[in-house]
Design a binder for this molecule. Structure first.
Ligand code: PHE
Length: 500
């Protein structure tokens, strides 16, 4: 079977940018920067990019491209014992995309709702009561929220249509889904910065507080943000790079992806804080109260900020539409990149027909995602998102850098990518791969101490286990079962087939 290929290197780079630039750039970065030193945050951010983001992305691209396979098989080819760690990433990607798709459904609902400004003067009430119809606890599923269910079906159908022909169909949509949010963001920025009060808002976002750099928290946040934003340790970048010919440039592609991702984050910061500044001035709410990140920013604070725009209902409708279209176009390519990571891993492992695998994987994901379309959905998204991102991913990152940095001839990878790349990386790259697991371990320990002291979100401990600790253990158990039992028989065959 011929391996699929990207049409061009540009298609590959755009797809990687599409995955990296997602909801995190808009609803996470501006807030994280603001609350961790403002303009001064750029310093730890660049340090984190240089010492962790860039080296790890180079590593993932190199392993995927060199071995021409998704994470489990590619890692397994480096060393038989490594395959488990690839599955760990794939299972995390599976878990994440099941709720990421539901967030896309919420966004679809708001996009349609923006036409008649359905959120009115109380966006939070609209979100929890009209769209989600949230129940009082995670255990109280109380049936589906119909509007979320419909949005979810639309999302999965879209994901299927985009991934139907693999790299070929992804290549066709990717230029639109990457360009569109940038254009939309620029529209939002132009509107925002010309509003009274906008400069105040931007000042909050960018005013450098160098003293903040003395606190460890700021540095931890920088590493977490870089890690999350570049979609690292999630089997995605392995899958995408495995569809490139073995001799394609790596380091230059990585620098483009990283630079583009950082630019999108920065642009989003201008749009968000410009608009919040205006709201703060006209409504008399202090910016400290409205500068938040996460789900509330997208579905509560920002709609309220748009409500404050001069020009009445039509203007609010237009800018609501532009904002949610930005989120939708930013999020969709992150969504299908996660799905593709799973499809590639499964198809490579059992040498399956790619189209049939695509249909099967999407069906299973769609079924699992139904839990989040119930009225308890918001609670489960909240729990699972916290645990899988703080533990599942960081553990995945620690494991992959320990393997490559300490149990593999790290320099041999450098000798692979340097000759084929425009920019040559020195010994520092090898050292960084060895050091990164220690940095990530500090992040992990920080989260752990915090969660032990105050269980996340105040949910009852049974739910912390079902949606959190238990889930992480399940990720390990499932990865183990796949590696040890389901995959064992075929392992040799794969080695042979690809080594020919
Ligand atoms: N990188 C994406 C963002 O910044 C988030 C993401 C994480 C997407 C993991 C896919 C997988 O929003």
């Amino acid at each position: 079977m011929e391996r699929q290929r990207w049409d061009s290197r540009a298609a590959f780079i755009l797809a990687a940018i599409g995955s990296a630039a997602g909801l995190g750039n808009v609803i996470r970065f501006p807030y994280v920067a603001y609350s961790n030193g403002g303009g001064a945050f750029l310093i730890p951010y660049f340090v984190a990019l240089l010492t962790a983001g860039i080296p790890m992305l180079v590593m993932e691209f190199a392993i995927g491209q060199k071995n021409q396979a998704g994470a489990p098989v590619a890692l397994g080819k480096l060393n038989n014992k490594f395959e488990f760690f690839g599955w760990w990433q794939v299972i995390c990607a599976f878990v994440i995309v099941c709720y990421y798709a539901v967030i896309m459904s919420w966004i679809c609902n708001y996009l349609v709702g923006s036409i008649n400004v359905a959120w009115g003067s109380e966006p939070m009430r609209y979100f929890t009561e009209d769209v989600l119809k949230v129940s009082d606890s995670p255990g109280n599923l109380s049936g589906f929220s119909l509007s979320v269910l419909v949005g979810l079906i639309v999302t999965w159908v879209a994901v299927y249509l985009i991934l139907r022909k693999g790299t070929e169909s992804v290549g066709k949509v990717i230029s639109y889904t990457v360009a569109a949010p940038v254009v939309l963001l620029i529209i939002l920025i132009i509107r925002a910065v010309t509003l009274p009060g906008a400069m105040e808002g931007l000042n909050y976002f960018l005013k450098p507080d160098f003293v903040a750099l003395l606190t460890p928290r700021v540095w931890i946040e920088a590493y977490t943000q870089v890690f999350y934003s570049l979609s690292l340790a999630m089997a995605i970048m392995y899958a995408y790079s495995s569809y490139m010919p073995e001799d394609s440039d790596i380091t230059n592609s990585v620098l483009i992806v990283v630079f583009a991702d950082a630019c999108v984050s920065f642009l989003a910061g201008l749009a968000i804080f410009g608009t919040l500044g205006h709201m703060s001035l006209t409504q008399g709410v202090p910016i400290e109260e409205v500068a938040i990140g996460g789900i509330r920013l997208s579905f509560d604070v920002f709609p309220a900020a748009i409500n404050a725009l001069p020009g009445g209902q039509t203007v609010v409708a237009i800018f609501g539409f532009v904002f949610f279209a930005t989120l939708l176009t930013l999020g969709i390519d992150s969504t299908f990149s996660l799905v593709e990571a799973v499809i590639t891993a499964v198809a490579d492992k059992w040498r399956l027909n790619k189209h049939r695998t695509t249909v099967g994987v999407i069906l299973v994901m769609a079924l699992v995602s139904l839990i989040y379309a119930t009225r308890a959905g918001l609670h489960w998204v909240d729990l699972v998102d916290h645990y899988i991102n703080s533990y599942g991913l960081i553990i995945a990152g620690i494991m992959e850098t320990i393997l490559i940095g300490w149990f593999y001839n790290t320099d041999s990878l450098r000798q692979y990518f340097n000759p084929i790349s425009e920019y040559k990386f020195g010994k520092w790259w090898t050292y960084m791969i060895k050091i990164i697991p220690f940095i990530l371990f500090v992040l992990l320990a920080g989260y752990f101490v915090e969660d032990i002291q105050t269980p996340y979100g105040g949910y009852a401990s049974i739910y912390q286990w079902l949606g959190g600790w238990g889930l992480i253990i399940a990720v390990g158990v499932v990865s183990f079962i796949i590696t040890k039992f389901i995959g064992k028989r075929k392992n040799k065959e794969i080695g042979k087939a690809v080594d020919l």
